[in-house]
Structure formats: C-alpha cells, structure tokens
Design a protein around this ligand. Sequence first.
Ligand SMILES: Nc1ncnc2c1ncn2[C@@H]1O[C@H](COP(=O)(O)OP(=O)(O)OP(=O)(O)O)[C@@H](O)[C@H]1O
Ligand SMILES: [Mg+2]
Length: 289
Amino acid sequence: MSITVVVANPKGGVGKSLTTMMLADGLALTYGARVLVVDLDPQAGVTKSLLGIDAEQELRDRRIGLGAMLQAFARGRDMQLPSHRVAATDLVELESRESGYIDVLPSNHELLGDMADFERSAHRKRRRDRLDVQLANALRAELKKIEREYDIVLVDCPAGPGVLGLAGIRLANHILAPTSLETNAYSTLTDFLKFILADDLDLASHVMVHPLITQYQSTNSIQREMLHHIKEGLAHLNAISRPIPYTAALQNAAAHPGVGSVRTARQKYGNAMADVVGLAKAVVERISQ
Ligand SMILES: Nc1ncnc2c1ncn2[C@@H]1O[C@H](COP(=O)(O)OP(=O)(O)OP(=O)(O)O)[C@@H](O)[C@H]1O
Ligand SMILES: [Mg+2]
C-alpha cells in the first residue's frame, strides 16, 4: 500500500511545487521509490517542471489529466485515473524505470472550469457531502486502483483555501507544509495548522503534519531568528529542521528544459543535489517513524 504525502500551505509561493519536485526526484533517486505525483494546482507548476514546459497545453489538448477526470465525473462516467498518468522522463537515472520512477497525474489551467462542472454535477445529483469531501472520496477510490504500483503518492496542493487544496489534504497520511521565513508566512502556517488539526475536518487523529522551512538564506539574521522561532514554536508538530536553502541551482532545476530533454540529476540540480537527497532522507525518516 502506498503512503500519501500531501504538500500544502495556503500561502502562495512558499516552495510547495519545488518541494514536490525535489521530493519526487530525491525519493526515486535515493531509494528507488516508485512515485506518483498528483498535481492539484491549476497553475500546473509541478506538471511543467516534471514533464516539460509544453506539457500542460499538449496534455490538455489530448484530454489527459485531472481536469479530464473531473469532466468524466461530471458526465457520470468512470474517471479512469490509470489512463491519465504520464511518465516523467527528464532524468537519465530514471529512464529505465528499473530502480525507481515518477509518474505524474497532470493539471492544467482549465482545471478551475472543470471544477465548476464537477460542482454543478455534484449539485444536480443532490449529494449532501461538502464538495471537497466528494472530490477527496472520488480521488481516493481512483488512487486505490493503482496503489500497488507506487510506494508513495505526492500531492501538490494549490495556494488559497479552495476545494482542490482541501480535497488534497483529506487524502493525506502526512502533510508536508513548506513555509518561507517571512513574518506573515509564519502566521499563515500556524493558522493552517490549527485549521488542519481542528476537529471538524476529522484529520487530527490520523494525519501527521511536518512544517518544512524553504527559501532559507543563512546570511540573513532575521531569517535565522525566524528559523529558531519555528523550530522552537513548532517542535511538537515535528518541524523538519533541515531548511531548503534559496539557491540559483534550485531555481534552475525548476525550469524544465523542454519535452524530450533528458539530463542527469547532477546536471538538473548542480550543487543543490545534496539538498535533494537530504530532503528525501529527512522525509523518509519522519514517515517511517
Ligand atoms: N529554495 C529555493 N531556491 C530557489 N528558488 C526557489 C526555492 N523555493 C522556491 N523557489 C522558487 O520560488 C518560486 C515559487 O516556488 P513554488 O512555485 O515552488 O511555490 P508554491 O508554494 O508552489 O507556489 P504557489 O502557491 O503559487 O503554488 C518558484 O519560481 C521557485 O522556483
Ligand atoms: Mg505551487
């Protein structure tokens, strides 16, 4: 059975999609893990970074991805998740799929319109559950069909308080909450944690939450103070204390060279390779506890 790690924080631009990409690559490369990445964000950041900059439009035209699955649901058809997966092939090391691989359930920017159709259909069927509960239930049933093919399912959530993000966190065994080191990032994170752990979502009993500091610049004394604050203040919530530094290498890695370009992990991540492996190890240590 696969473990589902959901990368979520309602604050935008804190490194959710970059963390998802690093973790997918790090787990597959370091542990030979079989990884499925589910992109729940209409911005399709992780789809573009793992499949190529042209992939969003190309796959949308071929009606492959989460949006097409929601359209199928709206028409009362089977969502057929297995046929909406696309293999990530930008890393030489994973090409053979013998020691680890990454598949992506892609997103595209029309997902918001597809969500509206999902909502109308749910309304027509007079279902009583909240929309995020219905979406989570539908996705959970689909993921069950393929769970034997993966060790880990990584879900990249969009920013904001919307249905897609809420459905995402309902799928979680573990929630990884990247946070940058700005004052308002800290307050958003603490509000988010209180919200996740509130009884009405019924998650507190079976989900573990791990705050993760991203975009850390060790030269900045205010950031050092914030880091200390987060480590101390969130210690009981298992804050992962290995920050992901802000580096040009990671910025480059997030910019995919384009469909069909295959590179080594060293070429992709440069001197940030140690951070990719370190993140995978830190997360594996947490989720296997
Ligand atoms: N540690 C880092 N070093 C360098 N660049 C980074 C780092 N973390 C994030 N970035 C860059 O910052 C930008 C925002 O990161 P990312 O898209 O991962 O955030 P996000 O939380 O997914 O955003 P959104 O809420 O919009 O989905 C991207 O351009 C990304 O490449
Ligand atoms: Mg993102």
